[in-house]
Design a protein around this ligand. Structure first.
Ligand code: BTN
Length: 258
């Protein structure tokens, strides 16, 4: 994987600037710094390897050289987009699901934005923001995709069963071709953030719908119930065992007690 390949694959897209690193700590860390420093909208940082990749909930994210796709995309929300800022969380997952379908796979989304293949995690997304006063100035969408088996962390580090794209396609996948498809899909979905069709597609792709799950949302104990679907703002709607409906703005879905 080389910078030349990357630029070649992305040549016809309308992007901000691109930075490529053979090895970096975390593309999200660099993206946050670059966003504060004035990176243009839709600028991209791609790394072959991350040495201190970060996941949600303060976890680490494994991105060894040659086996993963790890990048961060800087988006500068328009005033209208700021009204629906929480939906950026679904944007990357929805777009990645499109890109994976284009190469013949059947992805599902574990709310809010983990992408699964055959109920195993193939990608994680870390959304972070840069604030200016009390306004969000930039959003960083950090996306990690397991492409080859070497990107799957050892069992003892897994919080959820994991797979990689090539294990499911059964053939080699050109990482930068997948990246190009994903960026195009992000560009296609972005003008539709919050529209009925956007939420409907996110909901149609949801994993474990109708199944009994636990949602951990910062309380001492999780809420248990069946996933009903999404609300118009992207919140997860859960039918609790008591019959009551509860809405979650953030949280993590588990299939069994942890
Ligand atoms: C998760 O599932 O916990 C989210 C993982 C997000 C990983 C990506 S890889 C590119 C970007 N840089 C990081 O340090 N993290 C994100």
């Amino acid at each position: 994987m080389s910078e030349k390949d990357l630029r070649h694959h992305l040549a016809n897209l309308s992007l901000g600037q691109i930075r490529y690193h053979p090895s970096i700590g975390s593309t999200n860390d660099e993206a946050l710094a670059w966003a504060s420093d004035g990176a243009p909208d839709f600028s991209l940082i791609v790394a072959d390897e991350q040495t201190t990749g970060r996941g949600r909930q303060g976890r680490s994210w494994f991105s060894p050289s040659g086996a993963a796709l790890a990048f961060s995309l800087i988006l500068r929300p328009t005033p209208a987009e700021r009204e629906t800022i929480e939906l950026f969380s679904g944007l990357g997952a929805l777009a990645l699901a499109d890109a994976l379908r284009e190469i013949g796979l059947q992805p599902q989304i574990k709310w809010p934005n983990d992408v699964l293949l055959k109920r195993k995690k193939v990608s994680g997304i870390l959304v972070e923001s840069v604030w200016l006063g009390n306004e969000i100035e930039s959003i960083v969408l950090g996306i990690g995709i397991n492409i080859q088996p070497g990107a799957i962390p050892p069992d003892e580090k897994l919080h959820f069963p994991a797979t990689c794209v090539e294990a499911e396609t059964g053939q080699p996948v050109e990482r930068f071709d997948l990246l190009r498809r994903l960026l195009l899909a992000i560009q296609n979905w972005r003008p539709h953030l919050g529209e009925k069709h956007f939420i409907q597609s996110w909901q149609d792709g949801l994993a474990f719908r109708g199944e009994r799950v636990q949602v951990w949302a910062g309380d001492a104990s999780p809420a248990t119930g069946q996933i009903v679907g999404l609300e118009p703002n992207g919140n997860l709607r859960l039918a609790l065992d008591s019959g009551e409906l509860r809405s979650f703005r953030f949280g993590e879905v588990h299939l069994r007690p942890v």
